[in-house]
Design a protein around this ligand. Structure first.
Ligand code: KG4
Ligand code: ZN
Length: 342
């Protein structure tokens, strides 16, 4: 069985091929030009996806030694994401599915991340607890199978990645902020500034207060921003990063203690963060749970996770018309509601 995966939800165009259960291509083209605008410009993103999608598919076919007509299943991210960007991959996938007369599977981007641990040799075991940390989402999910999952908690305001990006911008670093904060934090003292960890109910997260605390700290301490030294930038980065790690670990700990799980998985773009990965390693040792963190190419947005998730939906008997989803960019919860009625 040959499966095509397409991901165009934000600023990465990615094409993947799974051929007879083996990932034969996972090509990712990142739109680096957004850096000069300080964030992703939606319209420019859609145009860039349009320009690169066909060349990438050709490359993926070549790498996999396949032709278009060999595909048995076409999967594409259906949401959430930037609407114009999503439309590029989604419409392409539907057109291909129609012309080849092969089934089309719309994939929820977050579910793609959620199951991305399965792209690794050593896979998660059900039931597992997943922390999904990306630019747009922060979710603690109890994953019982490929069809059953329960969201335990989410962010009540900013996503973890969003907080990294916003604080990075305050410090004058380029977009995306996560890797910049991580790099600067390496030379800083994480105990220098005591940034707050929000008190939220249940398994929910909140990063907006932390972001404001960093802003207030900078405004108060450095009315003249040019007085900020390189070491100040390092220390703020390290202290902020530590507060994020603390918040993520605190809720994950609670969730491990209160749920009967076999494994633990850390996924999404922010899962690339070294300190968060280390903290999860400690958690896995402390609680004796198997830990699966995807390698870096499967943490950020990629089509391998979309092809894989599409395959599991197809194998579970899910079928979708070309009129699905009702609109691109819908919310995770809406997606699950409408899916369960199929
Ligand atoms: O999953 P992803 O590629 O896209 C979304 O679905 O949002 O996640 C992107 C996010 C960005 O906010 C980026 O700053 C963050 O992941 N990120 C990191 C690191 N690498 C990427 N955050 C912290 N540390 C990193 N090393
Ligand atoms: Zn993502």
């Amino acid at each position: 069985m040959n499966i095509l995966g397409i991901e165009t939800s934000c600023d990465e165009t990615s094409i993947a091929v799974i051929s007879n259960d083996k990932l034969t291509a996972n090509l990712i083209s990142s739109q680096d030009f957004h850096a000069k605008y300080g964030g992703v410009v939606p319209e420019l993103s859609s145009r860039a996806h349009l320009q690169i999608i066909i060349p990438l598919i050709k490359d993926a076919l070549k790498k996999s030694n396949l032709e278009l007509k060999d595909f048995d299943l076409i999967c594409s991210t259906a949401g959430p994401g930037l609407i114009g960007a999503l439309l590029v991959g989604l419409t392409f996938a539907k057109g291909l599915s129609f012309s080849l007369n092969k089934p089309f599977i719309p994939v929820d981007h977050i579910e793609g991340h959620l199951y991305s641990g399965f792209l690794m040799e050593d896979k998660p075991e059900f039931p597992y607890l997943a922390l999904v940390v990306s630019g747009g989402h922060t979710l603690l999910v109890l994953v019982k199978s490929f069809i059953e999952m329960k969201i335990l908690g989410t962010t009540v305001d900013d996503a973890a990645g969003e907080a990294f990006d916003k604080v990075s911008k305050m410090l004058g670093f380029p977009y995306p902020g996560g890797p910049q904060i991580q790099k600067n934090a390496e030379s800083g003292d994480e105990n220098k500034i005591d940034f707050p960890v929000a008190e939220t109910k249940g398994y929910d997260f909140s990063f907006s207060g932390l972001k404001t605390a960093v802003l207030r700290y900078i405004q108060k301490k450095y009315p003249d921003k040019s007085k900020m030294t390189q070491q100040d930038l390092y220390d703020i980065s390290a202290s902020f990063q530590q507060a994020v790690v603390k918040a993520l670990v605190q809720k994950t700990k609670q969730a491990i203690e209160n749920n009967n799980i076999k494994s633990l998985s850390l996924v999404g773009g922010v899962a690339a963060n070294k300190k968060i990965r280390e903290a999860f390693n400690e958690l896995s040792h402390k609680y004796q749970k198997k830990l699966v963190i995807p390698e870096l190419q499967y943490c950020g947005d990629n089509a391998a996770m979309i092809a894989f998730r599409g395959k599991t939906l197809y194998d579970s008997g899910k079928r979708f018309g070309l009129d699905y989803p009702p609109y691109p960019g819908f919310k995770f919860e809406d997606y699950n509601k409408s899916k369960s009625s199929l």
